[in-house]
Design a protein around this ligand. Structure first.
Ligand code: 2P0
Length: 325
């Protein structure tokens, strides 16, 4: 099963139809996983080994604009900079667009404006591919539902399947080979007092993509064998914490899940360590503050930056200790 077969299965007669507009745009939020996606059961379709659960940052994400051009090439402008068409980012994006157009036509001017650091472990590919598939849906007038958009976004990047919605989202791993049961599902509970604070230590490219890192972990880390049971333990706790607004349960489950994911990476070969010295120092500071009574937890993705989890009534205290984005 190839990506193109999934596009055909979802779009049927609409695949390769004429665009309904000459220009369309869409926004998608970035998402932070509280229970992580780490490891694929199918690399072609980005099908995960386990389910995962995230929260979207409603005001942080990417806006994609697609405009049909007559230049016989695609131009990609990311945050006001023209992207080298031979870069891995451009190739991945164009390969994704080619799933939905015949003989690589029409060509597009693609503008992606993101208000989060790209490639700094803030799930920028997630909101990037989610905003592109939403913009394509608008441009072609496909009228796909969110579940179908989630499946198509996943073909670009696994975590993009969760960036279709705001709020809490569970991405079901699914069991089918074609991945038709592997999509995001929003959890309707709102938690307005829950805050995610971003601590940026580096906006540099992280060097090793999460795609490569997760594959190396699966292939070489003995500890990876315990990852599926860790997720099976954590996801029900996260859902229970959300349903009952139990912040301590949410925080400790998310933090432990992230640290376990990084432990599987440390035990890969060659070892993978995304932490900078500031990352470790800040973890120790968080643990100290928590011992002193400040209810604050963190999560970390495939980069050095940390995301703080706390409640609105701790905001002033947290701000006095950290400079948040
Ligand atoms: C997550 N990450 O759940 C995990 C935690 C990074 C660490 O999803 O290969 O860019 O495109 O499917 O989606 C980042 O992985 O990987 C990611 P691909 P993706 O947020």
């Amino acid at each position: 099963m190839k990506k193109a077969d999934v596009a055909k299965a979802i779009l049927a007669d609409q695949l390769f139809s004429m665009p309904q507009h000459s220009c369309a745009e869409a926004f998608a939020p970035t998402n932070i996983a509280l229970g992580k996606y780490w490891g694929k059961r199918n690399q072609e379709l980005n099908l995960p080994v386990t389910s995962s659960l995230s929260i979207s940052l409603d005001n942080k994400g990417a806006t994609a604009q697609l405009k049909i051009n007559e230049k016989h090439r695609d131009d990609i402008i990311l945050n006001n900079r023209l992207i080298d068409p031979t870069s891995s980012f451009a190739k991945r994006l164009i390969e994704f667009l080619n799933l939905f157009r015949e003989n690589e036509k029409p060509n597009f001017d693609i503008t992606i404006q993101s208000n989060i650091p790209i490639a700094a472990g803030l799930a920028s590919s997630a909101c990037g591919f989610a905003s592109i598939i939403k913009a394509l849906n608008n441009l072609y007038g496909w009228n796909l539902d969110s579940q179908e958009l989630s499946i198509l976004a996943r073909l670009g990047s696994g975590s993009a399947s969760r960036s279709i919605w705001s709020g809490f989202v569970e991405w079901h791993a699914g069991t089918r080979d074609d991945g038709m049961d592997s999509y995001g599902e929003p959890i309707s509970t709102l938690w307005p007092d829950l805050i995610i604070g971003l601590l940026i230590f580096s906006e540099q490219d992280k060097g090793l993509s999460s795609r490569v890192a997760m594959q190396r972990t699966i292939e070489t880390s003995l500890l990876y064998n315990s990852w599926p049971s860790k997720v099976a333990h954590d996801l029900p706790l996260l859902k229970q914490a959300i349903a009952t607004q139990d912040f301590e349960l949410l925080g400790k489950t998310a933090e432990s899940n992230a640290l376990t994911m990084h432990a599987t990476m440390l035990s890969a070969w060659p070892p993978i360590n995304y932490c900078l010295p500031e990352t470790l120092l800040t973890m120790q500071k968080i643990w100290r503050l928590r011992e002193e009574g400040l209810p604050i937890y963190f999560t970390q993705d495939a980069g050095p930056n940390l995301k703080l989890l706390f409640l609105k009534n701790s905001l002033a205290d947290v701000r006095s200790h950290f400079s948040l984005i």
